[in-house]
Design a protein around this ligand. Structure first.
Ligand code: ATP
Length: 595
């Protein structure tokens, strides 16, 4: 995802979204920043009375004019004598409050940054969990992980940098205001020099946004390469792919490093060139001011002090702006990514409660394609309560797709899936999924204990219920080999178990879910045929009040089905029980003869 071509408006919208995220906090930051800048201005103004008092000892009386008159009036109003001591105490007090409010701004800045990062992380993960499966099919999980883990953090730093930029701009405004009041001509001169320099540097140095976009892009690629290397480590080793994976990773890390260094170097260029230019400008102005203006010593002191402070502040403001631009791609990418996830949200269903007995379940002329190529064509079948229905057929025929449509991971392109006479789309999706238990051929096991894995669909299951489900799924056969029984950690995707053991755990958790429809999609294909037959017999013999839909390659496992459907190229080409299909001497009979 490249954001290089984003317009100024789109970038500004990204920042606007942050500003309106916690409006009160944002408004407070602005308010206290303005307050801090004003106090800074007042603090600097104290130079004038201090110099005046030092120049003409004895309290300046009623004849005081200009800024001094204001100070005299304020001291008079407060009933404090206007002496050098009380004026110095006054400036210390003002500066104390100024740094106090500055602390408040910094605190709120950090709070805003971290809360926004939390917001981005929660939003991206929440919407990712709600996104439709087709989105994951298309995009993969790298972008999602990157947005949640890395990009959100970098995006948050934009907030800090922007607030720092704003603070510097306000302080600059105050210094400029003071300087303008004291000597408009010199201020305009300084403005032309420093403004010209800003323009020049911005023209010469590559825009922060462009480099920042490269950094963000490289970040995404690093995440993808690292994920392929870690999640696919076994195949990477078996196919001696590690060098290729490392080269890909190293290339992106190099881009990240060189772009980051360039970004930092440019920040340093801006900082140092500016500081130098500001110092040179100030000394040039001293020369001009002393030689060619009639400013009093006090005013000259204040003017130069303001100028001296203005230079570095302008430099920092420029630097922070450059950093904001550099990190803005992370912010815009994350915000856009969340919007994209939101656009691909899974439908929640019509909200209709699923009936007590959700039967019959029917497919009525269902057609479906993942992309262009049709995978299911006019598929119709029916599952009544307590029935055992099976699907067989060659690889790629579309059998698993039937299971996916049943669990509503996808919706049909045409035709309808109905439950108790009503379209499945009208039911509450979460409730429907809670009534269906699907065991896939390659189930995912979570990196936690066997008990936690088995109870994912029924956290309240008793030990007796867990043991019964594990007995039927033949998990109990190998449980004694696990060091801590049900409390053994299974590792990443159940890596400490064999393929067949993983399938049995998945089967046990489906049985424990106590669903109305049990879908077995090649659920026991990794078991040896002896155990596979025993598992199937145990399931069929269960005193059950649910229907079963089984997809199988090994036909012996579906011999007892009430109805078997043979699928070929997305169509049901035969239908009947085992005996009927054998008599038909069609595709099923051929497949059976081959086994
Ligand atoms: N998520 C997906 N995105 C795109 N195409 C897919 C997806 N899942 C499956 N397909 C394609 O749809 C077709 C049917 O796949 P499906 O998994 O339903 O077949 P199957 O009969 O269950 O095969 P097998 O017996 O090998 O599991 C295949 O051509 C497959 O490439």
């Amino acid at each position: 995802m490249s954001t290089e071509d984003l317009s100024f408006r789109e970038k500004a919208r990204g920042l606007y979204e942050v500003a309106t995220f916690r409006p009160v906090l944002t408004a407070s930051v602005v308010f206290f920043s303005v307050f801090t800048a004003l106090l800074e201005g007042i603090g600097i103004s104290f130079i004038v009375p201090i110099v005046e008092i030092v120049q003409s000892p004895g309290a300046p009386g009623e004849d005081a004019s200009g800024p001094v008159a204001v100070f005299v009036a304020v001291y008079d109003f407060l009933g404090i004598p206007f002496t050098l001591g009380s004026v110095v105490l006054g400036v210390i007090t003002v500066m104390g409050v100024r740094f106090g409010t500055n602390f408040v701004v910094d605190w709120m800045r950090i709070a805003l940054q971290n809360r926004y990062v939390r917001h981005l992380q929660r939003e991206s993960f929440d919407h990712a969990l709600d996104a439709e499966i087709a989105y994951f099919d298309r995009e993969g999980s790298d972008d999602i992980l990157n947005a949640i883990v890395t990009q959100a953090e970098a995006a948050g730093r934009v907030i800090s940098d922007f607030i720092r930029f704003m603070k510097q701009v306000m302080l600059c405004a105050v210094y400029l205001g003071i300087a303008l009041y004291l000597s408009p001509v010199l201020t305009v001169l300084a403005g032309v020099i420093l403004g010209g320099l800003t323009f020049f540097i911005r023209k010469v140095v590559e825009p922060g946004y462009t480099i920042g976009d490269r950094v963000a892009q490289a970040n995404e690629e690093i995440q993808g390469a690292a994920q392929a290397g870690t999640q696919g480590i076994r195949d990477a080793k078996l196919f001696t792919l590690t060098d290729e994976l490392f080269d890909r990773f190293a290339r992106h890390v190099d881009t990240y490093t060189s772009s980051s260094i360039k970004l930092g170097r440019n920040e340093a260029i801006i900082d140092n060139v500016y500081n130098f230019a500001a110092a040179a400008t100030v000394f040039g102005l001293i020369y001009v001011a002393i030689g060619f203006t009639g400013l009093s010593l006090a005013s000259l002191g204040m003017f130069l002090f303001a100028m001296f402070k203005l230079g570095p502040k302008l430099s920092r403001a420029n630097n922070y702006l450059y950093r904001v631009e550099g990190r803005l791609p992370h912010l815009v990418r994350t915000q856009e990514f969340i919007d994209e996830l939101r656009d691909h949200e899974e439908p929640v269903g019509g909200g209709r409660p699923v009936p007590e007995s959700p039967f019959p379940i029917t497919f009525e002329d269902v057609s479906f394609a993942y992309d262009e190529e049709p995978v299911l064509r006019d598929v119709s079948f029916r599952i009544a309560a307590d029935e055992f229905v099976a699907f067989v057929g060659p690889s790629g025929a579309g059998k698993s797709t039937v299971a996916s449509l049943l669990a509503r991971l996808y919706d049909p392109d045409s035709g309808d899936v109905t439950v108790a006479g009503t379209s499945l789309a009208e039911y509450d999706l979460t409730e429907w999924r809670s009534r269906v238990a699907v065991v896939r051929q390659n189930p995912f096991l979570f990196n936690t204990t066997l008990r936690e894995n088995v109870t994912i669909g029924n956290r309240d299951a008793t030990q007796a219920e867990i043991e019964r489900a594990c007995e039927i799924a033949h998990v109990t056969e190998f449980i004694d080999e696990l060091p801590e029984g049900y409390d053994t950690e299974l590792g990443d995707d159940g890596v400490r178990l064999s393929g067949g053991q993983r399938q049995r755990v998945a089967l046990a958790r489906a049985l424990l879910k106590d669903a109305d429809l049990l879908v077995l999609d090649e659920a026991t294909s990794d078991l040896d045929s002896g155990i596979e037959d025993r598992v199937h017999t145990a399931i069929e013999e269960m005193d059950r009040d649910y229907a079963i839909l089984a997809i199988a390659h090994r036909l012996s496992t579906v011999r007892g089905a009430d109805r078997i459907h043979t699928v070929e190229d997305g169509r049901i080409v035969e239908e009947g029980d085992h005996e009927e299909l054998l008599e038909e001497e069609g595709r099923y009979a051929d497949l059976y003869a081959m086994q």
